[in-house]
Design a protein around this ligand. Sequence first.
Ligand SMILES: CC(C)(COP(=O)(O)OP(=O)(O)OC[C@H]1O[C@@H](n2cnc3c(N)ncnc32)[C@H](O)[C@@H]1OP(=O)(O)O)[C@@H](O)C(=O)NCCC(=O)NCCS
Length: 165
Amino acid sequence: MTVAQPEARPGEEVVLRDLEWTDLAHLAELEQQLFVDDAWTEATWWSELAGRPRRDYVVATAPDGTIVGYAGLDVAGDVADVMTIATDPSHQGRGTGRVLLAELVRRATLRGVASVLLEVRADNDAARRLYDRAGFEVISVRRRYYQPGDVDALVMRLLVAKGDT
Ligand SMILES: CC(C)(COP(=O)(O)OP(=O)(O)OC[C@H]1O[C@@H](n2cnc3c(N)ncnc32)[C@H](O)[C@@H]1OP(=O)(O)O)[C@@H](O)C(=O)NCCC(=O)NCCS
């Protein structure tokens, strides 16, 4: 699926497709840049891929096929949890995160969930803005959840109406 990005430069677009095993080494490299100490290793990615169909991962690619972002869900019963969402640092701020999050919500809705949940660091301004704008609301706070630094975790939820896709 090709999706025009709302604030992208003219002609710029990302293509969404399912995650494939050939992507995993590259994703492990991106994780190091994006999440540092909490980065998922290639082995973790293999185990996530093996968790399909309960796990559902999508990648966003540039027209030349380069991966510029990725995101994934865990779908269990009537709840979907956002496992991860990230945009390559050199591609951030161009709407890729918004496109990926919308795709996760679309996939969750198609699978009949009632709500999408996620957890975000209280100091992650970019992610919080992304989720706020998509309609997620804070439903609880886990005080001093992230260490070191005593940073709170916000649990956010989007209620999904049947037939929203
Ligand atoms: C969070 C993240 C995925 C957003 O991806 P992105 O492709 O840059 O996001 P978009 O360009 O679609 O922007 C989405 C919204 O976030 C806002 N945003 C993006 N970067 C921002 C920043 N540095 N500070 C504040 N807001 C920011 C945008 O303004 C936009 O809001 P708008 O609709 O009001 O314009 C990206 O910053 C990222 O990969 N961060 C590191 C990994 C991470 O923290 N993931 C989330 C874990 S919970």
